[in-house]
Design a protein around this ligand. Structure first.
Ligand SMILES: Cc1ncc(COP(=O)(O)O)c(C=O)c1O
Length: 469
């Protein structure tokens, strides 16, 4: 059985293994081969012309499409149950292409405040220079605030299904209803959750973007990104807002994208214009690696989520820990949203705040041996990072505080190791903190002794902090 399209009843595990594959007619290769070719030969003059005009199906040049990439695109569309997908070189490229395919200079995009720091910088530094204003909603759960901030020139609403690194869960259906009422697409970054934990399109998202470098690839080898079109948004309802899809296009002999491609207009525009012209093409080699990773997605995410949940609960018991950001914990402000949207698991990325601030975080960070000190998530290996001095270091203190990135916060991405070995490694790091506290108390170091005292007071501080949220 070949699965260029999967019937509705086919389950997730079957889709992740077989989805999108094509039977190889030439040699019978069982998995989609790596078509590592810059371009594709035309049989004759007419075929070259017709392929360029889009009047004949087939490949032209890998920047505009490639059979290995297309197999991954079909698989990702099937996993998100979208209409179609376009793969690009990285998650950043996916976000860039998605936004530039809906907005232009003078337009406005509304985003949740708590998002991946690279996306935030893309919004504030990249798009700002292009004349696209991105405004942030501080409390993503406050739907009235989203509603109030919609403007006539708003072209998209954006959130992460699970925010990196704070673990805020987006009220997908709630935010989708605001976007729908405003006549703009709702774009969701589903990198941390993956389609195994939640399918944003089911809850009203119109476009789903991924950093495929994380859980989809899963093995930390390849960067990639994807934009999945749910096929739900009516681009013709507001022609003035989305003129690039509604107005005659010279590349289409005077037809509009909607006239030429109907419900496939958005992905045709992404493939033919935004992605093809800006050029962040995914190497077919990386597409092959990502497709291999995706075949085991549910198994990895299940196991990584359950280990993360156990570690989050364990961390919450440690006296040095002020707060654990993990949506699977009853103490999380996102707990109810996680129960609604993430019943299969709440993901493998979590953060926790140490009472001793940066000094404790640094000591803890350097004491682990099994966790890798790395700026990456979604790997088979467990990883640790101090966001305030790395990914979020360029932000001013106030912005960091709004994003809930404090000096004592450490992010973990839980891998596939034995949970007991991971806990032992974290215990080692807590041991280093405790040893330092005892040593500094012995030599009368006032600052260190204060840190140690703060650790002892941690549970009380945690209760206080909880009461203000
Ligand atoms: C939620 C999220 N979106 C997008 C990206 C960017 O992805 P990439 O590193 O593949 O460009 C990341 C990277 O960490 C991420 O965590």
């Amino acid at each position: 059985m070949s699965f260029p399209d999967a019937p509705d009843e086919v389950g997730f595990a079957t889709r992740q293994v077989h989805g999108g594959e094509l039977a190889d007619g030439a040699f019978g290769a069982r998995i989609t081969p790596i078509y590592l070719s810059a371009g594709f030969r035309f049989d004759d003059f007419d075929q070259a012309r017709d392929r360029f005009a889009g009047d004949e199906a087939g490949y032209v040049y890998t920047r505009a499409g490639n059979p290995t990439n297309a197999a991954l695109e079909r698989k990702l569309a099937q996993l998100e149950r979208g209409r179609d997908a376009v793969v690009v070189a990285s998650g950043q490229a996916a976000l860039t292409i998605a936004i530039l395919s809906v907005a232009r200079a003078g337009d406005h995009v509304l985003s949740a405040q708590s998002i991946y720091s690279g996306t935030r910088s893309l919004f504030t530094q990249g798009f700002d220079r292009l004349g696209i204003e991105v405004e942030f909603v501080d409390e993503a759960a406050d739907l009235d605030d989203w509603r109030r901030r919609i403007r006539p020139n708003t072209r998209a609403v954006y959130a992460e299904s699970i925010a990196n690194p704070t673990n805020e869960v987006a009220d997908l259906a709630g935010i989708a209803s605001v976007a729908q009422a405003a006549g703009v697409p709702f774009i969701v970054d589903n990198t941390l959750a993956t389609p195994y934990l939640v399918r944003p399109a089911k809850h009203g998202a119109d476009l789903v973007v991924h950093s495929a470098s994380k859980f989809l690839s899963g093995h930390g080898a390849a960067l990639g990104g994807a934009i999945v079109d749910a096929g739900t948004f009516d681009w013709s309802a507001r022609p003035d807002a989305y003129p690039h899809l509604n107005e005659p296009d010279t590349g289409l002999q005077g037809r509009s994208y909607l006239e030429a491609h109907g419900s496939a207009a958005f992905t045709a525009y992404v493939r033919g214009v935004t992605s093809a012209l800006l050029g962040p093409v995914l190497s077919p080699f990386n597409a092959f690696l990502i497709q291999q990773g995706t075949e085991t997605l549910s198994l990895r995410v299940q196991r990584q989520s359950s280990t993360a949940a156990a570690i989050a609960a364990w961390l919450e018991q440690q006296p040095e820990v002020l707060r654990v950001d993990y949506a699977g914990l009853a103490s999380s402000p996102s707990y109810e949203l996680a129960r609604r949207y993430l019943p299969r698991g709440q993901g493998a990325v979590l953060s926790f705040v140490l009472a001793g601030g940066e000094a404790s975080a640094a000591r803890f960070h350097d004491a682990v041996e099994l966790f890798s000190r790395m700026s990456h998530i979604g790997d088979t290996r467990s990883l640790i990072l101090h966001p305030a001095t790395t990914t979020h270091a360029h932000l001013d203190v106030e912005t960091r505080a709004r994003g809930r990135i404090s000096a004592g916060l450490l992010r973990l991405s839980i891998g596939l190791e034995e949970p007991e070995d991971l806990v032992r490694d974290l215990e080692r790091a807590f041991g280093a903190l405790r040893a330092a506290a005892v040593a500094s108390a012995a030599v009368g170091d006032v600052d260190e002794a204060a840190d140690a005292a703060a650790s002892v007071l941690a549970p009380a501080a945690s209760v206080l902090e909880g009461s203000t949220r």
